[in-house]
Write a protein of this length. Structure first.
Length: 527
């Protein structure tokens, strides 16, 4: 049995200030008029920060001020794609094609024409089912751009982004991510605060076991990010992966403030969607530190946001995940079984995978509260959602919906007394979830399937196996609170009081600022 202490102790209490500083201005060589160069640099800086509403406006203004500027059309098209987020819809693809067609006949350098051709490779049709093929075509074209311009930092950075966009979430070799990081680190040697380099390095290493490789980039980005909600939020991806909760809290508080200010400054018709993305990461960090009162207040703040700009996958995820996290992390099973959607008027039918999160929370809550018939009803609802998922659904979401079905079903089996069958199904769900890397929109699964397996093993009296499962969770999610509490309890039952005490000490430090009143927050000492 593995009993080594697989948690991070030294990182607790380390905090960063993430006040908005002016980001390093990006220099992207182009043949547009001198009059638009400053605005072009600003637009490129924000493009690397994924501030797409602002870049759309800036590149459009540049195209008006200099109608011969082909790269302004390229920038507009790249502002439509969002390579590391959700695939663009048919109307967006058509818009990108029209914008890039406007470059035909405009004078360009060979390098500029190559960048435009790469974008055209992605915007080569409006069939959403060809997204992966078009992404790979863009990757190949950007590889050619880089090979022809080996001394060009922006060619390297955009090729690195193309590699990340084309990465397979099932590929655990992370070949594209490592290649991307190599290119980015080459640029970082001469431009240590380049916003795209820092941003994409975080994405390159946003995985269990790799996140420490981007800690320095995250720390630098936290200090140098533009006044951008997404840029200020991004370091928290790495802080979350490493269990640096105080750092994550700081980054996401700053990001939420920037999103609220941008909403007012830009006079948006609804709250800026990046603010909701930061809210879910903030919710996760608050719950890991038992700041339950603050988490409850955040949930009320989320509920007051009745409209966003725009109503997209990030919004759907936060509306579904944050309320589910609030009840599940506190292990309020009966409360979870009665969970209601925070916005029933949202376009949920467009986001079946997000709806699945909601019904998963209700199902797990019902099953663990002993309400097995209600849990069966939730499973059937998830199965209907699963059957209705469009072919364009990303692999991670498709797999998560299947995990939701199996995880809830395993607890129903457990409630019926079919312990061995329940454990086998729970283990299969955990293996399935671990086989696919998470989407960047989530700080972590709403309730990890392997943690549910560990809980089940503990409930079945199999303490040694439960301890191993909890420690496996902690390998991928250091300082995850419920996994540490479970590990402490399992270690105690296995007779390893020293290990149990070590976990208890970390839990005590991590929750010192919290006011959580949870039934499992304190692991009893041996008498």
């Amino acid at each position: 049995m593995c009993k080594s202490l697989k948690v991070s102790v030294a990182v607790l209490g380390f905090a960063l200030a993430t006040q908005p500083f002016a980001a390093q201005q990006v220099t992207f060589r182009n043949s547009c008029s001198e009059a638009v160069q400053q605005k072009f640099g600003e637009a490129m800086t924000l493009l690397h920060s994924f501030e797409y509403p602002s870049t759309t406006r800036l590149f459009r203004e540049i195209a008006v001020e200099d109608p011969t500027c082909a790269m302004a059309r390229w920038g507009q098209a790249m502002s439509i794609w969002h390579p590391l987020w959700a695939p663009p819809g048919r109307s967006d693809l058509q818009a990108g094609m029209r914008i890039l067609a406007a470059t035909d006949g405009l004078e360009m350098t060979p390098r500029e024409a190559a960048f435009v051709d790469a974008a055209k490779a992605f915007f080569s049709g409006d069939d959403m089912s060809t997204h992966v093929a078009r992404t790979r075509a863009f990757e190949a074209k950007m590889g050619e751009v880089y090979a022809a311009n080996l001394d060009d930092p922006e060619a390297a950075v955009f090729y690195a982004l193309a590699l990340l966009a084309a990465a397979d979430p099932h590929d655990k070799s992370y070949a594209r991510q490592f290649k991307s990081a190599g290119l980015l680190n080459w640029v970082r040697a001469s431009q240590p605060e380049h916003p795209g380099v820092l941003h994409y390095l975080i994405h390159s290493y946003d995985f269990p076991g790799l996140a420490h490789l981007a800690l320095d980039a995250a720390m630098t980005y936290a200090d140098t990010a533009a006044d951008s909600a997404h840029a200020q939020h991004m370091p928290s991806h790495i802080f979350t992966r490493l269990g640096l909760w105080e750092n994550s809290l700081s980054s996401n508080h700053d990001s939420m403030r920037s999103a609220a200010e941008f909403t007012k400054r830009a006079k948006l018709p609804g709250h800026y969607d990046e603010g909701l993305h930061s809210m879910d990461y903030l919710m996760y960090a608050l719950l890991q530190t038992a700041r339950d009162d603050a988490a409850e207040a955040l949930l009320r703040e989320l509920a007051r946001i009745r409209r966003t700009d725009t109503e997209n996958f990030k919004v759907a995820y936060t509306y579904a995940a944050s309320p589910a996290r609030y009840v599940l992390e506190r292990r309020q099973w009966r409360e979870a079984s009665r969970l209601r959607l925070i916005r029933e008027d949202f376009a949920w039918d467009d986001f079946g995978w997000a709806q699945s999160i909601h019904f998963f929370a209700r199902g797990i809550g019902a099953a663990r509260a002993g309400e097995l018939q209600n849990a069966r009803h939730e499973v059937e609802t998830i199965k209907r959602l699963q059957a209705s998922l469009p072919d364009t659904t990303l692999p991670y979401w498709r797999e998560e919906v299947r995990v939701h079905v199996d995880a809830v079903s395993s607890w129903i089996l457990f409630g019926d007394g079919n312990v061995d069958a329940a454990i086998a199904l729970a283990r299969a769900a955990a293996d399935r979830e671990d086989a696919v890397d998470k989407h960047p929109v989530t700080p972590g699964e709403v309730l990890p399937a392997r943690e549910l397996l560990a809980d089940m093993l503990a409930a079945a009296g199999r303490s040694d196996a439960a301890l191993v499962a909890y420690q496996t969770v902690l390998e991928g999610s250091p300082n995850r609170l419920n996994a540490m509490i479970g590990a402490a309890s399992a270690a105690k039952r296995s007779g390893d009081e020293e290990l149990a005490a070590a976990y208890r000490e970390i839990v005590s430090k991590q929750t010192a600022a919290g006011v959580g009143r949870r039934p499992n927050l304190v692991v009893p000492m041996s008498r």
